[in-house]
Design a protein around this ligand. Structure first.
Ligand SMILES: *[C@@H]1O[C@H](CO)[C@@H](O)[C@H](O)[C@H]1NC(C)=O
Ligand SMILES: *[C@@H]1O[C@H](CO)[C@@H](O)[C@H](O)[C@H]1NC(C)=O
Ligand SMILES: *[C@@H]1O[C@H](CO)[C@@H](O)[C@H](O)[C@H]1NC(C)=O
Ligand SMILES: *[C@@H]1O[C@H](CO)[C@@H](O)[C@H](O)[C@H]1NC(C)=O
Ligand SMILES: *[C@@H]1O[C@H](CO)[C@@H](O)[C@H](O)[C@H]1NC(C)=O
Ligand SMILES: [Zn+2]
Length: 433
């Protein structure tokens, strides 16, 4: 009897060891190409992206969270939480009391903007024994309750975002982290095609060139995965944070100048306007209704009191967001006093517009081939990543049931729970006299 129990225990122990080792062997690369609209590959030759459709998973498109902006959307992807929960409510760190506004690139290394009590995937994975890294990815450069991501490369200002040689070097760098240093999760970020979309507009030939450059880079990635002998172990997800739309300008439309409808200096104590289609204001004490009424008269936009926003926006419960939120109609910019805006393309608009939708592709040993997924919200990527890494997710707003059809059956199914039940039943048997 005793021998039997010992043998069983040994077997269970081995199984636990194997399942833990299996989890530690999991490798996931998450790549984001900023501002890659869902249909950018449909008017230009993209042989490598096309091949990915055959070799992996493609979603028709995915929907970013409301607040279709780089930092808020990326943080929803990496936390699985709505923006009202993770509270990264703008690209710029701001404080409505002090009137502080920190530019986007500098905000990336300000922990107080990111560390709001919602742990991103890197931290959750590290706390379960995995090794993680962030290459340029928004949020990767912050500390969370004092803990940093195991390895971080931060974007330096002043370098071009579209250097193809550098794009390839970055791929080799992160693949060597997997193949030589046993990293489990790496997030890799590219600033294109967002830059080109802003500067030239989504319909410009230069945007099509950048999509071809991205396509070549994906071809390079696949060759490099073979070269690093990661074909059988590395899962890859390619996605983005939002789309892009053409900015409407005179003489096509009358551009919005908000000061024509309300005296901003007199009525507002804080504002972030002149930032595409999404604006926020803090009215001076007692002037909330006046600000709201004045903005309600302005054409080509919708004004919300924060606490009365539709629950489906998942913004209203935010504490950081100022009391008045303005969302322009598609393509309109919210200018405060003058039309100073030079962008030809922009985002920040309501996430129901097709122009704000973005991409999702995936391939690797855990994914089915030639699988076309229906559209879904980007908040659901988080539980998928946890499943791939075989870790326990932190509380989140996604659902694995939305994406698990894209996984090979059994491919990632862990033996963990069964083993623990077996062990527990053995232990209880041992303690019974
Ligand atoms: C804004 O600044 C004030 C004054 O320094 C500070 O008390 C407050 O905590 C800050 N608010 C946020 C949200 O950081
Ligand atoms: C993160 O913490 C480390 C160690 O305390 C510190 O050196 C680093 O400056 C912090 N980084 C940020 C972005 O706060
Ligand atoms: C592109 O990157 C490569 C490798 O880092 C570098 O040698 C080259 O000078 C860069 N080109 C430009 C135009 O910055
Ligand atoms: C913008 O608002 C004006 C005034 O209400 C309206 O006539 C026009 O059709 C709107 N433009 C668009 C593109 O919706
Ligand atoms: C999102 O998830 C958090 C954590 O579980 C939860 O507190 C919150 O209520 C969820 N939000 C919604 C809209 O379900
Ligand atoms: Zn942008």
């Amino acid at each position: 009897m005793r021998l039997q129990v010992l043998l069983l225990l040994t077997a269970a122990g081995c199984a636990v060891g194997r399942s833990l080792r299996k989890s530690a062997d999991k490798k996931l690369l998450l790549i984001s190409f900023d501002g890659f609209r869902w249909d950018y590959d449909q008017d230009v030759d993209t042989p490598n992206l096309d091949q990915l459709v055959v070799d992996g998973v493609k979603a028709k498109y995915i929907t970013p969270p409301m607040l279709t902006m780089t930092s808020p959307s990326h943080f929803t992807t990496i936390t699985g939480r709505w923006v009202e929960d993770h509270e990264v409510v703008h690209n710029m760190m701001f404080n409505t009391t002090t009137n502080l506004k920190v530019p986007h690139k500098q905000t990336l290394s300000r922990s107080e903007w990111w560390d709001t009590g919602v742990p991103p995937l890197w931290i959750t994975a590290q706390n379960q024994g995995l090794k993680t890294a962030s290459f340029f990815f928004p949020g990767g450069g912050a500390n969370y309750s004092g803990q940093s991501v195991n390895r971080v490369v931060m974007e330096e200002a002043g370098f071009p975002d579209d250097n193809e040689t550098e794009w390839q070097q970055n791929i080799d760098t992160v693949l060597s982290w997997f193949s030589q240093e046993n990293f489990n999760l790496v997030t890799l970020y590219y600033g294109e095609p967002d830059n080109v979309g802003h500067a030239k507009g989504p319909d410009h030939p230069r945007r099509k060139e950048i999509i071809q450059q991205i396509d070549r880079t994906i071809g390079y990635l696949r060759t490099a995965i073979h070269r690093h002998q990661l074909t059988d172990s590395l899962d890859v997800i390619i996605t983005s944070d939002h789309g892009m739309t053409t900015v409407k300008k005179r003489p096509l439309v009358d551009e919005i100048v908000l000061n024509k409808y309300l005296n901003l200096l007199k009525l507002a104590s804080f504002e972030i306007l002149d930032y595409g289609g999404f604006g926020v204001l803090t009215p001076r004490p007692g002037m909330e209704q006046e600000v709201f009424d004045a903005l309600s008269m302005a054409p080509n936009l919708t004004v919300y009191k924060k606490h009365e926003m539709p629950a489906s926006f998942h913004l209203g419960r935010s504490e950081r967001l100022p009391p008045i939120v303005v969302i322009a109609d598609l393509g309109f910019n919210l200018n405060s006093r003058f039309i100073v805006y030079v962008n030809k393309g922009d985002h920040g608009f309501h996430n129901h517009h097709m122009d704000m939708k973005t991409i999702f592709r995936a391939f690797g040993p855990s994914f089915k081939q030639n699988f076309l997924s229906e559209p879904f919200d980007s908040v659901h990527i988080y539980p998928l990543m946890c499943k791939l890494l075989q870790i326990q997710p932190a509380p989140h707003n996604g659902s694995l049931s939305v994406t698990e059809d894209m996984l090979r059956s059994g491919g990632t199914r862990g033996t963990g729970p069964t083993v623990w039940i077996l062990l527990l039943s053995l232990l209880s048997r041992l303690t019974v006299p």
